[in-house]
Design a protein around this ligand. Structure first.
Ligand code: IFM
Length: 442
């Protein structure tokens, strides 16, 4: 009998999240495949290759794993370049393949959430300017409509776009994603078109399926002033947050995309969310620094003393999860944590990270904030974009050469949480006893 239990509400969704290019393999007809072929683009020259071989059928065994370990939902994306391999052709077989996967989810008791755009563009579309092209939002809405018509039998929960802010900044400001630009104007243009695309897709989905629940996954990275009483640090944190976290999100409320340097009016975007999806991994402190002109006079760093992930990509700052959920309340909509996780090949940090972050979700639930589910990133190690296979986010590990799955200890911890719909002192004692006195004092 556990000493104490933190319960979650009945019907809470527990799952994992994946994306097409990162798990399917052989996605040769998109801009990421082409990008991976260019020398120097991906760390260590890694390639997505077979990825987790989901297109080859291994989705079955991985979703068996999800079911067997107590999950009741799964978030995946469909690959635009498969559904519409060229501008004038739909691939009905690809849609059939997705139907089979979605049916497979139902057979396993996993509620599907289907996302339409997760960083990868069909080659034909990237060749005509991708999201910089003003025609792309309408093309996106067509592709979404076609897919919803084909898949509507299997879900009514959809997601238009994953992390529009990350996509625009990495591809157009920092240059680490295709097309590798470093151009502020292009970044703003892309965000503007993503917003238009989202709004058009939102309406198309509802036209096809009235009962649909449509949202997107917003990457939220809380920024705190390094010196809370330092005026310039506070301004820098505020502006940084406006640019990264709030601009796109607030436009979903009021139709104004306020990018600090410029405001775009997109009135049709107002009110185009039925739930809000937030992806939280970590947070930063921000310091004003006159020498950092290229970085808009700011310097960002992790809170000193925070535990870091294998490659230093993520600092374990669980309070940021609570802050993120608090931030999401402004939409006055149901909230889903659509991604959260840590890269940790030998699983020394993940159990602690999982417990501490899920504890923060529980705290939010206990303020009666409307959090409806949690999706861990991710089920099995997958291809981590410009970081290739150097980062291992899976509950299960993957041997990329043999496609063997390796069960990490966190599988059992997450399974216990999902099965009991709760976090208990017994679980904490079994997996990270050092956390007991803090989480379960007395
Ligand atoms: O792998 C990515 C995912 O595609 C988007 N959110 C962050 C994850 C971890 O880097």
């Amino acid at each position: 009998m556990p000493q104490a239990i933190f319960h979650f509400p009945t019907g809470f969704l527990w799952g994992t999240a994946t994306s097409s290019h990162q798990v399917e393999g052989n996605n040769r007809n998109n801009d990421w495949w082409a990008w991976e072929e260019q020398p120097g683009r991906i760390l260590n020259g890694h390639r997505s290759g077979l990825a987790c071989d989901w297109w080859g059928g291994r989705w079955r065994e991985d979703l068996d794993r999800a079911r067997e370990t107590g999950q009741n939902a799964h978030r995946l994306s469909i690959e635009w370049s498969r559904v519409q391999p060229s501008a004038d052709r739909w691939d009905e077989d690809a849609l059939d393949h997705y139907r089979t996967i979605l049916r497979g989810m139902h057979e396993r008791g996993l509620m599907p959430i289907v996302n339409f755009f997760h960083f990868s563009l069909p080659l034909w579309l990237s060749e005509q300017g991708g999201w910089e092209n003003d025609d792309t939002p309408a093309l996106f809405a067509r592709y979404v409509r076609k897919s919803v018509e084909a898949l509507r039998e299997y879900t009514s929960t959809w997601m238009t776009i994953n992390e529009p802010n990350v996509y625009a900044y990495e591809g157009y400001l920092v240059g680490l994603f295709p097309p590798g630009k470093q151009d502020l104007q292009a970044t703003m243009k892309v965000l503007y078109n993503l917003l238009r695309g989202h709004a058009m897709a939102y309406r198309e989905i509802h036209n096809v399926q009235r009962e649909a629940r449509v949202g997107l996954a917003l990457a939220v990275r809380p920024l705190r002033p390094a010196g809370p009483l330092t005026f310039l640090d506070s301004v820098a944190a505020r502006l940084g947050s406006q640019f990264f976290n709030d601009a796109f999100a607030d436009a979903l409320i009021d139709g104004k995309l306020n990018m600090v340097f410029k405001t775009f009016r997109v009135p049709e975007a107002a009110g185009t969310q039925d739930y809000v999806g937030v992806n939280y991994y970590t947070m930063d402190l921000v310091r004003f620094n006159l020498l950092r002109r290229k970085d808009f006079f700011t310097e960002r760093f992790f809170p000193p003393g925070a535990e870091l992930s294998d490659t230093g990509f993520i600092a374990n700052v669980p309070e940021g999860m609570f802050e993120t959920i608090r931030w999401a309340r402004k939409f006055k909509l149901p909230i889903l944590v659509t991604e959260n996780g840590v890269e940790d090949a030998d699983d020394h940090l993940r159990p602690r990270y999982l417990i501490e972050h899920i504890h923060q979700v529980w705290r939010a639930v206990n303020y009666n904030w409307p959090v409806k589910g949690y999706f861990h990133w991710t089920l099995v190690d997958n291809f981590e974009w410009e970081r290739g296979w150097t980062q291992r986010f899976g509950l299960w590990g993957l041997d990329v050469d043999t496609q063997q799955r390796i069960r990490r200890r966190s599988v059992d911890l997450y399974a216990a949480i999902c099965r009991q719909n709760a976090l208990s002192s017994e679980m904490v004692e079994a997996f990270v006893p050092a956390l007991l006195p803090r989480l379960f004092p007395g």
